[in-house]
Design a protein around this ligand. Structure first.
Ligand code: ZN
Length: 277
């Protein structure tokens, strides 16, 4: 079965509801994982379609009590075409927020796991913030990293005029009941994850710690746009071991099929067990 982008999907972690809000999808050449072979992708055909890696694009809505938090803002109303490398189309995040029963004005907090363009796309609509009533949080050093890097792939250049509205998060900061920031630099300098806790249940929103479940079995599979691939890999291996040991629910915004699942171990392998929500 060829991969299909992840759908609008909700689950609960104790009293907290998490909803994946699709924005769109990209189809990438395998070169986006430098050095990866056709044989490698033949082992992970369920992540591919027509010889391309299928990359969901979207964010997560986290509802804790009366708090409404968006984690990442998709790629925005956009089409991207780089011949032989990627085709991507997005623009559905606000419609999916509406399908989840909310308007942009009801969002009280925006958290960027990092500021690549496919995570910041809906920051502004015209010359105003889309989520006008929200606090906007990015990791330490993330905004400053992107200043002067307008020409880099997936630069959030169009959003930089709005970053004076952003605050820097702190590691361990609890931004709402049961919603905690976990700094995880590597993919970018200010990359961060979210830990969701309610009662005895736990989930983690991974940001770009993992791009595809194939990375659970292929530790050499690194993403082309990791700013510090060594640090990103160290973090990935560390967190994957913890996720496998604890059975924590995972939210992974670029996975196809379902954005939710668990890392399981069996027969000496780690694998992804998707959750339907
Ligand atoms: Zn990304």
């Amino acid at each position: 079965m060829p991969a299909t982008p992840a759908l609008l999907n909700s689950l609960t972690v104790g009293d907290i509801r998490i909803t994946y809000l699709p924005d769109g999808a990209g189809h990438f050449s395998y070169d986006v994982f430098p050095g990866s072979s056709q044989e490698c992708w033949a082992r992970h055909a369920a992540q591919t379609s027509d010889g391309r890696w299928v990359c969901s694009i979207g964010g997560f809505l986290v509802e804790s009590g009366d708090r409404k938090i968006l984690v990442d803002l998709g790629f925005g109303d956009a089409v991207l075409e780089v011949e032989g490398f990627v085709t991507a189309k997005s623009g559905r995040l606000l419609a999916n927020l509406g399908a989840a029963g909310l308007t942009p004005a009801e969002i009280d907090t925006v958290v960027y796991t990092h500021m690549h363009a496919d995570h910041t796309g809906w920051t502004a609509t015209g010359d105003a913030l889309t989520f006008a009533n929200a606090r906007h949080l990015a990791g330490p050093g993330e905004v400053s990293h992107w200043i002067g890097r307008d020409d880099e792939p997936f630069s959030p250049a169009g959003q930089l005029p709005f970053t004076s509205n952003f605050e820097e998060s702190k590691d361990g900061e609890i931004i709402a009941p049961g919603v905690e920031i976990l700094h995880a630099p590597g993919h970018t300098p200010g990359h961060q994850c979210l830990v969701i806790s309610s009662g005895t249940e736990r989930a983690m929103i991974l940001g770009d710690t993992l791009h595809t479940p194939a990375q659970l079995q292929e530790p050499d599979l690194s993403f082309m746009f990791d700013v510090d691939p060594v640090q990103a890999r160290r973090w990935r291996e560390d967190i994957v071991a913890k996720l496998a040991a604890t059975g924590t629910t995972v939210g992974a915004c670029h996975f196809s099929g379902s954005a939710f699942g668990r890392v399981m171990t069996g027969q000496g392998q780690r694998f992804w067990a998707p959750l339907p929500g």
